[in-house]
Write a protein that binds this ligand. Structure first.
Ligand code: PMP
Length: 417
């Protein structure tokens, strides 16, 4: 039997080490909301493979659907051919949108964002795309041009996409903001950026996450998205929401935009959509989605196994939404009970939660590392976000009792620092 330390050592020999893990979890197998390592230890999964395993691990319905599809065919590109499963899943997906939409399939979040950028430029004939500081949209060149976080080394890869601008997100830790600063951000955009920097008629789209995930679970003020929607509409600018992390039930609604009562033009999806297999999608207003032939396509988008899993995900997740809200609230209540001078704020919606740790008002990454490592040692898998936010993204099916057991460990570890 190989040991945890052997795998970790070999991994560093044979794999590019461009990311940093919080702790040495070497997974052997998983079931429901539990993960087992190769030395037989068991962990409560409070991250779901970074927000992916919505229905938990080894969900029978997902496995059966994949198995059935596996016996038919594994791949046959949608770029040149047809299969009914692709249509069925698209029908189901568009059924969640109260306006007419069409779907383009991808294999990941970053590809969904890339596709949305191309669709926005092609369908408006405009060049500029505006994003927000502290957002995460992926690491390929287009999406990276709108990703700005300390841990994404933008400067190493410049030049990035031209005709882009990053705006301040309405986050109370933004030094220009005091509490709710959506009005300030909106007027900055309208009165300064669109008045003095770029002609609104050159702006194709504004791209943002309805809740910044990797940036630290930052929830914008309630009316911000609505104000942004009316501003974009006034100028014929498209609104692209990146719901790669927030979508598919994560926040207690099928899509986070429902919390804010806005109707985006393009929505980027991935993560939970494929039930653990690589699948992403752009869901866009019907009139935007007919690009000239050959302008956008891929070999693997809409892989049949991933679509078979997605069909189950899209059937099961709507039934889980109340559960997500209830368990999310129970976890948040417990987190709000933490007695520690380092807890700045508990944020999030549904089962997308963050505890912002700060020391003297500044991010406290050492505190975050300690909490994650010590929780891991006690059998709980959480991850970080932003500079020092403990982030919880458990499977949407997690039983309340298990979630509370894990939350208790995290609470105690935060109180220990
Ligand atoms: N957008 C958002 C909001 C994300 O959270 C992520 C991944 N964390 C991505 C895009 C990129 O997804 P992927 O890693 O599948 O390319």
């Amino acid at each position: 039997m190989v040991s945890v330390s052997e795998v970790v050592e070999e991994d560093s020999k044979y794999l590019m080490q461009s990311f940093s893990r919080w702790y040495p979890l070497v997974i052997d197998h998983a079931e429901g909301s539990l993960v087992y390592d190769i030395e037989g230890r068991v962990y409560i999964d409070m991250n779901a493979g970074i927000g992916v395993m919505a229905l938990g691990h080894r969900n029978r319905k997902v496995l059966n659907a994949i198995q059935t599809q596996m016996e038919k065919f594994l791949h046959y590109s949608l770029t040149d051919f047809y299969y009914e499963l692709a249509v069925r899943v698209a029908k189901r997906l568009t059924g969640f949108f109260p306006w007419s939409t069409k779907v383009f399939y991808t294999n990941s979040g970053t590809e969904s964002v890339e596709a949305s950028l191309k669709i926005a430029r092609a369908s408006t004939g405009r060049q500029y795309i505006l994003g927000f500081i502290n957002s995460f949209h992926g690491r390929t060149f287009g999406s990276m041009s709108f990703t700005s976080s300390k841990y994404v080394q933008r400067s190493m890869f410049s030049p990035l996409l031209p005709s882009t601008l990053l705006l301040p997100y309405p986050d109370k830790h933004n030094p220009l903001c005091r509490d709710d600063c959506s009005a300030e951000v909106i007027s900055y955009l309208e009165d300064w950026v669109l008045n003095k920097v770029v002609d609104p008629n050159d702006v194709a789209a504004v791209l943002l996450e309805p809740i910044q995930g990797e940036g630290g679970v930052v929830v914008p003020p309630k009316d911000f998205l609505q104000q942004l929607r009316s501003l974009t509409r006034r100028h014929g600018i498209l609104l692209i929401l990146d719901e790669v992390q927030t979508g598919i039930g994560r926040t207690g609604k099928m899509f986070a935009f429902e919390h804010f009562s806005v109707d985006p033009d393009l929505v980027c999806l991935a993560k939970a959509l494929g039930g653990g297999l690589p699948l992403g999608a752009v869901v866009g207003r019907e009139e935007l989605m007919d690009l000239p032939r050959g302008s956008h396509a891929n070999t693997f988008g809409g892989n049949p196994l991933a679509l078979a899993a997605a069909e189950v995900v899209l059937e099961e997740v709507p039934r889980l939404l109340d559960h997500v809200s209830e368990v999310g609230k129970a976890i948040a209540d417990k987190l709000n009970d933490i007695k520690s001078p380092y807890v700045e704020e508990v944020r999030g919606l549904g089962l997308m939660l963050g505890v912002d740790l700060r020391k003297g008002g500044r991010p406290y990454p050492e505190g975050l590392s300690k909490v994650l490592l010590n929780s891991f040692r006690r059998g709980v898998l959480a991850i970080g976000a932003g500079e020092s936010v403990v982030r919880l993204l458990p499977p949407l099916v997690i039983e309340e009792e298990l979630a509370m057991k894990a939350t208790k460990v995290i609470k105690e570890e935060i109180e220990q620092i």
